[in-house]
Design a binder for this molecule. Structure first.
Ligand code: DC
Length: 226
């Protein structure tokens, strides 16, 4: 089968924009596979912490990324046979992931692993460079964002729900720092590519954002089958 006939919807955007939630909901609705590409960078971060590899040791980091022993199944993520779904969500893993993602060798080591998620009947994926680099022929590319203040507020609510105390000002500072690093790196920076549609969710509910993506996808399908 020609891999390029398998539809891919890419949802790129800054951290805490809600792209993971929306991508997962859309994938469920369409019966498509889902790839959380940020989780791969977070797994490399966790593994580098466990193996005490320096953040600037690009050769070792790329080797580790290539050999990553990981399984994504039933909304759980395993590393070396152990469930690490919650562990990789820590701010420490997120910040480290953002730093090591700036190394071209690490990105290259993860490219084929990400493309392997393209399986019938389709794929919804979220990240920073899904539409621009990994799946340039995606049928629908979305740049999903919200203001930094709204994203900090949403992250705050999530943490409070989990019983974790957090300070909005600190979260906002963290989000702004991560945006700056992800947007200004020289390789595969976070940016809205010219063929991506902008979806600002600052004043949308999750279900409105999900419906917008599905409406765009259905309109494209209707047009291509006409
Ligand atoms: O989406 P996230 O917050 O889980 O991603 C964690 C970090 O990984 C993010 O700050 C930058 C990096 N990342 C990336 O460079 N490219 C991707 N496609 C996904 C994530």
């Amino acid at each position: 089968m020609n891999i390029h006939t398998i539809p891919v919807i890419t949802i790129d955007g800054p951290s805490a924009s809600g792209k993971g939630t929306i991508a997962q909901l859309v994938a469920n609705k369409l019966g498509f596979h889902y790839l959380d590409s940020g989780a791969l960078y977070r797994l490399v971060a966790l593994k580098s912490l466990q193996s005490r590899i320096d953040i600037d040791d690009t050769v070792q980091l790329a080797g580790l990324a290539r050999k990553l022993d990981t399984v994504f199944k039933d909304n759980q993520i395993c590393l070396d046979g152990k469930i690490v779904t919650d562990e990789i969500r820590s701010e420490q893993c997120g910040n480290l992931a953002s730093k090591l993602a700036a190394h071209p060798q690490v990105r290259a080591a993860l490219t084929e692993r990400q493309r392997a998620f393209r399986q019938p009947p389709g794929l919804v994926t979220d990240g920073r460079d899904m539409g621009s680099v990994i799946f340039p022929d995606a049928i629908l590319k979305i740049f999903l964002t919200a203001s930094a203040e709204i994203r900090a507020q949403r992250r705050h609510n999530q943490l409070i729900e989990k019983g974790i105390s957090a300070n909005i000002a600190d979260l906002l500072q963290d989000i702004e720092k991560r945006d700056e690093r992800d947007s200004n790196r020289s390789i595969a920076p976070l940016q809205q590519c010219s063929d991506a549609r902008l979806l600002d969710t600052s004043s949308l509910t999750i279900s409105q954002a999900q419906d917008t993506v599905l409406a765009w996808y259905n309109a494209i399908c209707a047009k291509t089958s006409a």
